[in-house]
Ligand binder design. Structure first.
Ligand SMILES: Cc1ncc(COP(=O)(O)O)c(C=O)c1O
Length: 403
């Protein structure tokens, strides 16, 4: 019956990253691959979830209070006036919010612009909606928006632009100037913008997250998606949302109800508590993550990486393999798992553009630092040990054919 699988399904092939995850699991590698925290979630948020289960809030549920607090946060953080009664769909994570948003606005043959490299799930949603992903490469090493390439990617079939900032995998935070270029183009070409802002509260140094919707003329055409997952270290709770003008939010809600009906009831109750955390919570989050980021940057530098682009936001370092290491990203990660017992993600899984310069596609490795001190220390210890062992290190850096 395999031949009868849908065409869309057959295009959703397992990525090389999944194969390496199996290898990492088999050898019990320290996991710097996947973007989920392995430290405890905040106590006040966990207590709220436990209390909701104890109170038997176990059935299908829409917690309107989430929309009320999110509307206040949109005003506070971005100056946006949104109606909590009409402008939200509470979904199962950003992932479902994005899928429902895509199904709400994309028709067969509609083109959707995405920046390359990109988080993997967007393309699948667009293809399931029978849309056509069109990638616009960002320019390394700083992953800058190239205005010329971007503007040339629009056609009269372009329906939407997807923007993820702070960005996975690079850690880039799009600048105000870049956002203005995107905003002006969306208006000129009469397109939607669909944003993924899951790392909105995780930015470093002087970098500040600006929502594209807050730029002049953009609120009417922007669908914001985000979630609890990263800000509150609860990726398994599956609570997220889409925020959009009322008629678009209503379409997204209709799809969401048909797909999953509602996000998990007790975790929606906990979301209410999470989203009303004090300002101190968010400043500690940034401080803690800054320490983790600096730790991993030092660890990678000690190992021999030359990091030219420090993450400005998110929970990832996208590290370029030094040119003297004649090895592809896939082979490097395979060897790192096998020889050091540390798992990371080869960058090739995030790149899509087949035209233009693809020389960097096999030269990056993504390390996640949303990890406990024990995990980070253990990874650093293992990498130090490997770096000190010439016999093991040499094959790690020069192996097989250089792709
Ligand atoms: C950029 C980005 N968006 C969305 C998600 C998934 O979000 P959620 O858990 O809310 O579905 C991730 C998870 O790694 C991510 O990196």
């Amino acid at each position: 019956m395999e031949a009868k699988l849908s065409e869309a399904t057959r295009r959703v092939a397992p990525s090389p990253i999944q194969q390496l995850s199996h290898l990492a699991e088999r050898v019990g590698a320290v996991n710097l691959a996947e973007g989920f925290p392995d430290f405890p979630a905040p106590a006040h948020v966990k207590a709220a979830a436990a209390a909701a289960i104890a109170a038997d809030l176990n059935q299908y549920r829409h917690v309107q209070g989430i929309c009320d607090v999110l509307a206040k946060a949109m005003k506070r953080d971005h100056g946006l006036d949104v109606d909590p009664l009409t402008d939200f769909a509470v979904c199962c994570g950003q992932s479902e919010a994005f899928a429902a948003a895509t199904f709400a606005v994309i028709d067969q043959g509609d083109e959707v612009l995405l920046f390359d490299p990109a988080f993997e799930t967007y393309q699948t949603c667009i293809e399931l909606a029978r849309g056509v992903p069109v990638y616009v490469p960002l320019d390394p090493p700083f992953w800058s928006l190239n205005e010329d390439k971007f503007l040339k990617s629009f056609t009269n079939r372009t329906k939407a632009v997807v923007l993820n900032s702070p960005h996975n995998p690079t850690g880039k935070v799009f600048t105000k100037e870049e956002l203005l270029i995107i905003a002006q183009a969306c208006q000129k070409m009469d397109c939607f913008a669909i944003t993924d802002e899951v790392y909105e509260y995780i930015t470093y140094d002087e970098n500040k997250h600006i929502s594209l919707a807050s730029l002049p003329g953009m609120q009417d055409r922007t669908i914001i998606t985000s979630s609890l997952s990263k800000s509150y270290s609860v990726t398994g709770w599956r609570v997220g949302w889409a925020c959009a003008p009322a008629n678009i939010a209503s379409a997204i809600r209709n799809i969401h109800v048909k797909l999953t009906d509602s996000a998990p009831a007790p975790f929606q109750e906990a979301a209410l508590v999470a989203l009303t955390s004090t300002p101190d919570f968010y400043s500690s989050l940034k401080k803690d993550y800054t320490v983790r980021r600096d730790f991993i940057l030092q660890m990678l530098t000690d190992f021999g990486f030359h990091i030219s682009f420090k993450p400005q936001g998110s929970i990832f370092v996208f590290a370029e393999l030094p040119t003297s290491w004649q090895i592809s990203d896939m082979d490097f990660v395979t060897n790192l798992i096998t020889n050091a017992g540390v798992a990371a993600v080869p960058g090739c899984g995030f790149f899509h553009t087949s035209t233009g310069d693809s020389s960097c596609h096999h030269r990056y490795v993504r390390f996640a630092f949303c990890k406990s001190n024990d995990t980070l220390n253990s990874a650093a210890h293992k990498m130090r040990k490997l770096a000190g062992s010439d016999a093991k290190m040499r094959p790690l850096l020069m192996d097989k054919q250089f792709r």
